[in-house]
Ligand binder design. Sequence first.
Ligand SMILES: [Zn+2]
Length: 264
Amino acid sequence: MIEINTEFKNIFESHCHYDDGQFDCDRDELLSEMLSSGSVKRLLHASTDEKSSLFGIEYAKKYPQFYTSVGFHPECIDSLPENYAEILESLLSQSAKVVAVGEIGLDYHYEGYDREKQAEVFSRQIEFANAHTLPVIIHSRDATSDTLEILRKLKPRGVVHCFSGSYETAKEMLSLGLYIGFTGALTFKNAKKAVHALEAVPIDRLLLETDCPYMAPDGYRGKRCDSRMIYRIAQKVSELKGIPAQEVIDRTAENASRLFSIPL
Ligand SMILES: [Zn+2]
């Protein structure tokens, strides 16, 4: 576990993957440390399939600050069980700390995943979320126009996570009532597009996330990412929006609390 000394407190990590094998060596030590020190106040685990949803439910029982989503990521489309809708129902019934459906969406980055099936599974999971008045965590990669078409039609509440779109796309997502999540990628030297997109996002619609263990922010590049590093994203937002970094952390925590109905 790397040492991180910051004065920042109350981070709301809105998207993380602590089920990843990179955390096998020190998962509980790391989570206990960051949650007991107060540097991270709340965590939302983003599920990608049934196994990862079950991990989220298990950890939500273990740590009061740990919340989870349930859902099937578009990259799991090839191994998607036929009865996935029933599985979602059953997962949801297992814990009151399931606060979102995700991550769900469209991923056109890799060839070979059936796009029609992705759209069908994405739509069906949004309908499931809407029926249960839950927000969604949206994954959209190289698929902006098709994602927007589905979102316009089905109008979920939710967040577009790891936002990588343009200023104009951010505006469109905001006009649908959605929140926008930024990762450590915002801090990268070549992040011109993300920096411009952030200009479109008012502070009351912004969420901070790591998507850890991936995408460690500037200052930690090449290291395993964890939720404590969110303060680097807050510092970047602070620089760009002229709001103190601790206030960015506090305001984005309020946003996440509102969206996911999680008390702070
Ligand atoms: Zn993710």
